[in-house]
Ligand binder design. Structure first.
Ligand code: HEM
Length: 503
């Protein structure tokens, strides 16, 4: 070839690349060692917990990492453990949870290490920031989500989605012998549509995208999974190197994030086209106050994540639990018949609040299967937790709602049983202390979509339980979760659906 460089020049190029790569590795290793040293983390630790973590020997006995952590936390006298190689203190002690989420909130921010892990995916979105950026987004979102009229607005959207999309889909497969449906997938699509209409005032169907919406949903799942993988790695060095070199999982993550950004940008573009000055949805409010499209894009992504995966995860676990507890389904139907009327539908948010058993059942389901199984902060200054655990500056401190739901000291000897009755006193639902049940976080950063999420969860649950028999297509005695930011059944939830005559 004419323009081919002489061979000595080519080898010089190769050598220069090799040297750059070599120095990059050396520099990264040194930075990492300094980082480890500054946080006084252990590169290697032979204690039983760390050994089991690093060698994955825990997986011989436990199906999921969260089950192994639960076992360790149940057996710890303080309900707190420390994984040295991760520099991670993990607690299931409600006093510690209150301390970190409320009493000493300022000392337990999300922190820089997390912003780095999730930064590519979530950018400056509310889930990934502290300080002024967080305060601004929280204030804006609270203004919108705190309005009383938001309840009926959310109720209308959810019921429209149920009537027009969810029920027709389930009826189309009901009674069909080979009509196996992945309920987890159905719930994800449903909650994606609902959150887009609720937060952005848009039907995803009206977006002008070059690819089907399912590709974006897949990209979302992948980005969530791969970002969570970064957080679980004993050393951040590996993903950082792969990121610079655009290799393996980091290459896949970059591609997935690119697609997600296209979706978020299209949401903003459509909103501009439709006009946002008179609209009352969350995105319009942000757009009236911000001119920075990258920031808006990050906000859109955080709200998609908040509303889509969590609600879908809660519904998936609920229907898995119901398949083993038909009596709970029957009690939900019987309460609805009594309060609303046998062939009547719930007509308002307020009427939904009268269904105490249903409220108890959804809370009980999330006690055992919280959509966000654990949540971490980073300790800013040396501290001592209420149970006496010393926490060094820079330590990652995680509270673990999944383990907390399984601790006898918190929920009693029947803590492993699915018993909605534990939330009822004389038939009336009583909420629990949020630090004992931090499923929606608690304290100063408590979830802003809790009311909306509960209403959506209950509306879907009630509609399906009253209309269909739903049974598992393949036995699934124990859920196996795949890694991700929200709990996800690794093999979905394949079910068979049959219609039921409304009584
Ligand atoms: C069953 C469903 C849901 C559960 C279990 C849940 C749980 C949580 C949890 C644990 C957090 C804290 C996360 C963190 O520290 O990173 C959180 C934060 C948040 N959630 Fe939810 N959530 C649900 C649904 C929703 C929905 C539907 C929305 C929106 C409409 C929403 C909006 C938010 C927002 C904006 C935050 C950030 C609050 C802040 O950082 O100040 N959530 N949620």
């Amino acid at each position: 070839m004419e323009d081919e460089a002489p061979s000595w020049l080519q080898s010089l190029h190769v050598s220069t690349h090799f040297l750059t790569f070599f120095f990059f590795i050396i520099f990264s290793c040194l930075s990492y060692i300094i980082y480890i040293h500054s946080l006084k983390l252990k590169l290697w630790c032979n204690c039983e917990i760390c050994h089991s973590y690093v060698t994955l020997s825990w997986s011989k006995q436990f199906h999921n990492l969260c089950d192994w952590y639960t076992h360790l936390l149940r057996n710890s006298p303080t309900q707190t453990i420390h994984v040295h190689v991760l520099g991670n203190t993990i607690t299931a002690n409600p006093d510690n949870v209150e301390y970190m989420l409320k009493t000493r909130f300022e000392n337990y921010p999300k922190g820089k290490p997390f912003s780095a892990i999730l930064g590519d995916f979530l950018g400056r979105g509310i889930f990934n920031v502290d300080g002024e950026l967080w305060r601004f987004q929280r204030k804006m979102a609270s203004l919108e989500l705190g309005r009383t009229s938001i309840r009926s607005y959310a109720f209308e959207i959810v019921n429209y989605e149920i009537e027009r999309r969810l029920l027709p889909l389930l009826w189309s497969v009901a009674g069909n012998e080979d009509g196996v449906l992945d309920l987890q997938d159905v719930f994800r699509r449903f909650s994606f549509d609902s959150i887009c209409r609720f937060s952005f005032g848009l039907d995803p169907g009206c977006l002008e995208l070059s690819l089907p919406i399912s590709e974006f949903a897949d990209a979302f799942d992948l980005a969530s999974k791969l970002s969570a993988g970064r957080a679980m790695a004993a050393s951040p060095l590996v993903w950082r190197i792969k990121r610079v070199l655009n290799l393996g999982t980091e290459k896949k993550l970059r591609k997935a994030i690119k697609l997600i950004n296209i979706l978020a940008q299209e949401v903003i573009r459509q909103k501009r086209k439709m006009g946002f000055s008179a609209h009352k949805d969350l995105l319009s409010l942000f757009m009236r106050n911000l001119n920075d499209d990258t920031y808006l894009r990050d906000i859109v992504i955080s709200f998609l994540l908040a509303g889509r995966d969590t609600v879908a995860s809660a519904l998936t676990s609920f229907f898995w639990l119901l398949s083993n507890h038909p009596k709970v389904g029957a009690a939900i139907r019987s309460e609805a018949d009594k309060i609303i009327g046998p062939d009547q539908e719930v007509t308002s948010f307020e009427q939904m609040q009268e269904l105490h058993y249903l409220q108890a059942a959804v809370h009980e389901s999330m006690r055992l299967y919280p959509p966000i199984q654990f949540d971490s902060k980073f300790c800013q200054e040396d501290d001592v937790l209420p149970d006496g655990t010393f926490v060094q500056r820079g330590t990652r401190v995680t509270y673990h709602p999944y383990a907390m739901g399984r601790i006898e000291g918190i929920w009693g000897p029947d803590c492993l049983e699915f018993k909605p009755e534990r939330w009822l006193k004389d038939g009336v639902f009583f909420p629990e202390n949020p630090f004992k049940y931090p499923v929606f976080h608690a304290g100063i950063r408590v979830c802003l979509g809790k009311e909306m999420a509960l209403m959506e969860f209950k509306s879907v649950a009630l509609s399906l339980v009253r209309r269909f028999h739903i049974e598992l297509a393949t036995p699934c005695p124990i859920p196996r979760f795949s890694p991700g930011l929200t709990a996800t059944f690794g093999s979905g939830l394949p079910v068979l659906v049959r219609g039921r005559t409304i009584t």
